[in-house]
Design a binder for this molecule. Sequence first.
Ligand SMILES: [Zn+2]
Length: 439
Amino acid sequence: MRDETYQRLIGEVDASGSRLAHTLQDLIRFESIVMSDPTKAGPGERLCQEYLAQRLTASGFATELWEPDAGALLQKYAGKPGAQKGRNFTGRPILAGTRKGRGGGRSILLTGHIDVVPPGELTHWVYPPFAGRLVQDRIYGRGAVDMKGGVACMLVAGEILHELQVPLSGDILFSTVVDEEIGGMGTLAMADRGYHADAGILTEPTSNRIAPVCHGILWGKIILDGIGGHAELARRHWDKGGPVDAIGLTRFLLSGIDVINERWRTDPRKNHPLMELPNQIIVTQLKAGEHPSSAAGRSEIIIDVQYLPHEKDVDGVGGIVRSEIEEHIARISRVDPWLAAHPARIEWILDADCAEVAVDHPVIGAFRNACEAASHPFELWGIGAHTDMGIPTDLGKTPTVNFGPGDPSQAHQPNESVSVAELVTTTKIVALTIAGWCR
Ligand SMILES: [Zn+2]
């Protein structure tokens, strides 16, 4: 592309701070909270999608809004990423649009989610979560970071490319989904509908680092059965009818989990050069005990486990790692006579997939050129959590890279906020990447 086109694009995006700020404020004001019971959803998700559809249409995109058939998707993709039970899209449409290029060039998919997690305790918020307050250079509100900030950037990038009539041979595809925060069926619906491209950008928060890999996530519940009894009195052995304290069993099991984590810390299979941390089994919830003077008769341990793309099974999810953990827990159990006879049980609650785009993929080169043109540091980074990148990458054959504004550690917190300057940078890199990739 000619230098002059790059310069015009950079100048226009640099002048777009207030447009970006207004766009993000508008998006935050739609209360697009994802509900675990989708029949209880309010109108916020639909209204937000309609707003985006209108702006896209004005920028030369042929758009559609549709309500996917969750039952049909579940049947078609059972066991695969994004195929969640109990979802319903009535009144909660998916948006996608295409802006045709002149033909013969590489296409790109811009994608993100507009659903947000609930705001939680309102007194923890300095400004109301859905007010979209701009204070100095920062915009505050639920979704400012995760990820309406990113959605605002990809929208404004598309608008500016259109307004400047930047010559593009390849198509731009744009999609915003719901249901990301509850398992990814919205992205599955988008990929199933046929929105595939030669590369993709998912504008999840990365602090404007290029993140070509994310973790897969498993949630499991480990159940330990003891036998209740009086806590203070001398105990008979359990084979003579005495109690078994499930909290004691829990301590034993947790120390076994520490041993596994220590082993994983240096295990090459559990580490990735772009990830800040090794995979771990993290205990996030404990539940045990019925009465202050009774030995606990049962205990439940909730774990969060990460896995890497090279650990995926044939369905593209974490079946191999699930078996590995089941074997670990069985091995720990065999050391304790009670547990050997009454093994811990594991129920898997969630399996969210992961993916990776090779760092030598041409789209990473397009990002590198864009960073250079914008004088922005080119930094690769691995997201230690799950994003929806796996569904477009694997099912949609659209190698999709995470790149977006905001500090990812603020996601789901009260007082999430993003700076307008950061939105401008993201928009610039996205617009330049598209201009280079689709030229
Ligand atoms: Zn997100």
